[in-house]
Ligand binder design. Structure first.
Ligand SMILES: NC(=O)c1ccc[n+]([C@@H]2O[C@H](COP(=O)([O-])OP(=O)(O)OC[C@H]3O[C@@H](n4cnc5c(N)ncnc54)[C@H](OP(=O)(O)O)[C@@H]3O)[C@@H](O)[C@H]2O)c1
Length: 238
């Protein structure tokens, strides 16, 4: 899809940290922005008042999503596994069901999501994930399996989706568009660090990058040592 074809975008989960960066990037591109967030989080979008439309309500409510995505060329969705209420899968399903069939759909998640099983994870990563899943379930705080289910549904759909898999995140000034690879474990990703503002940048850029349709890029900060070493190696080969 060319940039000129994206005019109106919906950001589902707009009030969170990633969401607000995406709102900023989308407004900078001149897009008309509709944001969805919980009623109590609407004040977190005060800085954008008058520049975006806010639809307040749970992001996994199909009716809320149906109203918010109407007429949107792209939908950016923050998939989060909070609570034990199928929040992530409910949100993904509502977007898949109600977005325009030709809309670009971009979802966020972490490296733990695997599309084709070709990812390789360190023992430390696997152990941390197991502990987080177990504790989250016990405390009824986080439902990581449901984020996995959400992505499974996206991967199985025939929509124009991209699932962006974020590394460990940090705050800080933008370093530019992150580097990416199809598989966690690839050397370019070894630094496992991305600025949140750049995660948002990648999500918004994906709206107009057809090469990312039906891809699940794992991303890493552009100026991290592993991304720089990869860029040097590519230049040497060229
Ligand atoms: N944090 C990391 O280190 C990390 C690493 C890799 C990938 N990621 C991915 O990055 C994305 C953003 O994650 P983030 O950690 O940076 O968080 P974030 O951007 O601050 O977003 C959190 C979102 O979850 C919502 N939320 C929080 N508690 C909730 C609840 N109890 N019920 C329903 N919604 C709730 C927030 O809405 P309100 O504004 O209404 O609270 C907000 O939309 C996610 O897809 C995550 O998987 C994160």
């Amino acid at each position: 899809m060319g940039t000129d074809r994206v005019k109106r975008v919906c950001i589902v989960g707009a009030s969170g940290k990633l969401g607000r960066y995406m709102v900023q990037h989308a407004l900078e591109r001149g897009y008309e922005v509709v944001g969805v967030c919980r009623e109590r989080s609407v004040p977190k979008l005060a800085e954008f008042e008058g520049r975006m439309t806010v639809v307040a309500g749970p992001t996994n409510d199909p009716d809320v999503i149906r109203r918010a995505v109407a007429g949107c060329d792209g939908v950016l969705t923050v998939l989060v596994p909070w609570g034990v209420q199928q929040h992530a899968s409910g949100t993904a399903q509502a977007v898949l069901d109600h977005a325009r069939p030709d809309a670009r759909l971009v979802f966020s998640c972490g490296w733990h999501i695997t599309r084709d099983g070709g990812d390789t994870y360190s023992r430390a990563f696997k152990a941390a994930l197991r502990i987080a899943s177990l504790l989250g379930r016990l405390l009824r705080y986080v439902e990581i399996d449901d984020q996995v289910e959400a992505c499974r549904r996206v991967f199985a759909s025939d929509t124009r989706w991209t699932v962006v898999r974020g590394s460990t995140l940090e705050e800080g000034e933008s370093q530019g568009l992150p580097a990416w690879s199809r598989h966690v474990g690839d050397p370019v990703l070894a630094s496992d660090r991305t600025r949140r503002v750049d995660f948002a940048l990648f999500m918004v850029e994906a709206l107009t990058d057809d090469a990312l349709v039906q891809e699940a890029p794992a991303i890493v900060g552009r100026l991290t040592p592993s991304a720089l070493a990869h860029a040097d190696a590519s230049r040497d080969r060229a």
